[in-house]
Ligand binder design. Structure first.
Ligand SMILES: Nc1ncnc2c1ncn2[C@@H]1O[C@H](COP(=O)(O)OP(=O)(O)OP(=O)(O)O)[C@@H](O)[C@H]1O
Length: 259
C-alpha cells in the first residue's frame, strides 16, 4: 500500500489555524447537539491563546477539530495552510505528526522510558532522524525547562511539575506549527502550575511557538496573550491579555447569561 504523503504549504505570516463557518454536530434528530455553531476565527502564529468557557460549551470539540483529531460537520478548517475539512484520516494523521504538538493534563509520558527517551519518542515514531542541529535544540529546551539533571529519570521518579515539563519539552522538540495544551496545569500544585505556565509563555515569546491552551483556570489564562471565550458552541469573547480577576468576572458574566 502506498503511504499517504502530505506536505502542506507553509505560510509564515498567516494564521496557523483558520476556522470559517465551522459547525460540529453530534447525534441526529431531537437529540442532536451542536457542539460548534458556525465558528470563524484565526489563531495567529506565535501567539499564546487561551480557550475558556463553561462546561459543555465546546472547548474540547474546538480543540479536537483545530488539531485535526475530529472532522467538522460543515465549514472550513485550515491548519498550517492545509485544508483539514477535505483531508482523509491518514492525511490528518500525517498533518498532526508533522505539524501539531500536544500537552495533556495527565502528562501522557511512557512510564518505561527515561525523560530523554520520552522527548525523542515522536521522532522515533515518525521515523525522523535527529540530526546535530535538532539535538542542540533539544538540549537547549531541556536546559531552559530546568531538566538537564533529570533526563535519565523515568516519569515515576519525577514530580508532577517535572513530568509536565518533560511533556512540554517533547512537544517543543519537534518545533510543531502549533501546540495544543489541554488543562496542562490541571494536575499540578500552584507553584508547579506557575512554572509550567511561565515556560509556555516563554516558548511563545522567545521561540515564536504558537500555543493554544484550553483551561478553566483564570490564573492559567492570565499568562496568555489572547483569551477566546466559547459558550454554546460560539465564540462570545475575544480579548487581549487580562488579569485573573478580570477573567473571573468575564466568565461569571457568561455563566450567568447561559444559566
Ligand atoms: N462524542 C460526543 N457525542 C455526543 N455529544 C458530544 C460528544 N462530544 C461532545 N459532545 C457534546 O458537545 C457539547 C460540547 O462538548 P465539549 O466536550 O466540547 O465541551 P467542553 O467545553 O470541552 O466541556 P468541559 O469543560 O466540561 O470539558 C456538549 O454538550 C457535549 O455533551
Amino acid at each position: 500500500m502506498n503511504q499517504p504523503t502530505y506536505s502542506p504549504p507553509l505560510q509564515p505570516d498567516s494564521a496557523v489555524v483558520r476556522f470559517r463557518g465551522v459547525t460540529r454536530t453530534y447525534g441526529t434528530g431531537a437529540g442532536q447537539v451542536r457542539a460548534l455553531d458556525g465558528i470563524s476565527v484565526d489563531i495567529q502564529r506565535g501567539a499564546f491563546t487561551a480557550i475558556m468557557g463553561p462546561s459543555g460549551s465546546g472547548k474540547s470539540t474546538f480543540m479536537n477539530v483545530a488539531a485535526g483529531l475530529d472532522d467538522p460537520t460543515s465549514g472550513e478548517v485550515w491548519v498550517a495552510g492545509a485544508p483539514v475539512h477535505t483531508m482523509t484520516d491518514d492525511q490528518r494523521t500525517l498533518l498532526r505528526r508533522e505539524h501539531v504538538g500536544f500537552v495533556f493534563q495527565s502528562f501522557n509520558l511512557v512510564p518505561t522510558l527515561t525523560a530523554y527517551e520520552n522527548v525523542l519518542l515522536p521522532f522515533e515514531l515518525a521515523g525522523r532522524r535527529v540530526d546535530a542541529e535538532r539535538t542542540a535544540w533539544i538540549q537547549q529546551i531541556i536546559a531552559t525547562l530546568g531538566l538537564t539533571d533529570r533526563v535519565g529519570h523515568r516519569p515515576s521518579e519525577l514530580s508532577g511539575g517535572q513530568q509536565q515539563r518533560v511533556a512540554i519539552a517533547r512537544a517543543l522538540a519537534a518545533t510543531p506549527q502549533i501546540i495544543f495544551a489541554d488543562e496542562p496545569t490541571g494536575n499540578l500544585d500552584s507553584r508547579s502550575s506557575r512554572e509550567v505556565l511561565s515556560l509556555l509563555g516563554t516558548a511563545a515569546r522567545d521561540y515564536g511557538q504558537t500555543i493554544a491552551m484550553v483551561s478553566h483556570d483564570p490564573v492559567a489564562a492570565s499568562y496568555a496573550d489572547r483569551i477566546l471565550v466559547i459558550a454554546d458552541g460560539r465564540i462570545v469573547g475575544d480579548h487581549g491579555r487580562m488579569s485573573p480577576q478580570e477573567i473571573s468576572h468575564l466568565l461569571i458574566s457568561f455563566e450567568e447569561q447561559v444559566a
